[in-house]
Design a protein. Structure first.
Length: 183
C-alpha cells in the first residue's frame, strides 16, 4: 500500500471500497479472485487497485493477512487434549477445519502467494505453532521423532489440496496421516 501524504477523501473512500470488495471476493473465490471483478465491485479501475496497493500481493497483505492471522489464532485457541499428541492432532484438525471453511485462508496457509510478505508470516506462524505442539508430543514419545517443521508445512499444503477437492474428505485423509505419525 502506498504511504506518504494523507490521502484525499475520494482516494480514501476508494481504498475502503477496494478493501471491502476484495475481502468479499477473496472470501467467496479464494485469493485468485480476478482483480477485474474486485475493481467492478468497488466501482474503480484495475489501475486504481495497482496504484493504491502496488500489486495483487500488496492487496492480499492489506486485506487478508490480519483476517488469516485471526483464523490461525482461533485454531490455536481450539487446540485441546489431555496428551501432547492429542493437542497436536487437535491443532492440525482445527487448522484443517479453518482451511475448509474459508477458501482464502486455505490459500494463505498453502503459500499460494509466497511473494506476499504478511501472508508468508501467517504461514510461518502456523508451522511454528504446530512445531511447538509437535515437539511436545515427540518429547513424551507419542509422535514419530523423524517429523520436522518442514514436514508440517507440507502437511498443511497437502491438506489444502484435499480441501480444494471439496467435501469432508480432507478430514478423513488428515486423520489417516495423524494416525500414521503416532508412535
Amino acid at each position: 500500500m502506498s504511504t506518504g501524504p494523507r490521502l484525499r477523501a475520494d482516494a480514501a473512500r476508494n481504498m475502503e471500497r477496494i478493501s471491502a470488495a476484495a475481502f468479499e471476493a477473496f472470501r467467496e473465490k479464494g485469493l485468485d479472485a480476478p482483480l477485474e471483478e474486485i475493481a467492478r465491485r468497488a466501482g474503480v479501475s484495475v489501475g486504481t487497485i495497482y496504484h493504491r496497493f502496488g500489486s495483487r500481493e500488496g492487496l492480499l497483505d492489506a486485506v487478508v493477512a490480519g483476517i488469516a492471522q485471526e483464523k490461525l489464532d482461533e485454531a490455536v485457541a481450539a487446540t485441546s487434549g489431555v496428551t501432547p499428541s492429542a493437542r497436536f492432532a487437535s491443532y492440525m484438525l482445527a487448522l484443517g477445519t479453518a482451511q475448509a471453511a474459508d477458501p482464502s485462508f486455505n490459500d494463505v496457509v498453502s503459500r499460494r502467494y509466497p511473494q506476499a510478505a504478511a501472508l508468508r508470516a501467517v504461514c510461518d506462524s502456523a508451522v511454528a505453532q504446530g512445531e511447538v505442539l509437535m515437539r511436545a508430543a515427540q518429547d513424551d514419545g507419542s509422535l514419530r521423532t523423524d517429523l520436522v517443521g518442514s514436514d508440517l508445512d507440507r502437511l498443511i499444503w497437502l491438506n489444502a489440496q484435499a480441501v480444494r477437492l471439496g467435501g469432508d474428505w480432507w478430514r478423513r485423509a488428515l486423520e489417516f496421516v495423524l494416525d500414521g505419525l503416532r508412535r
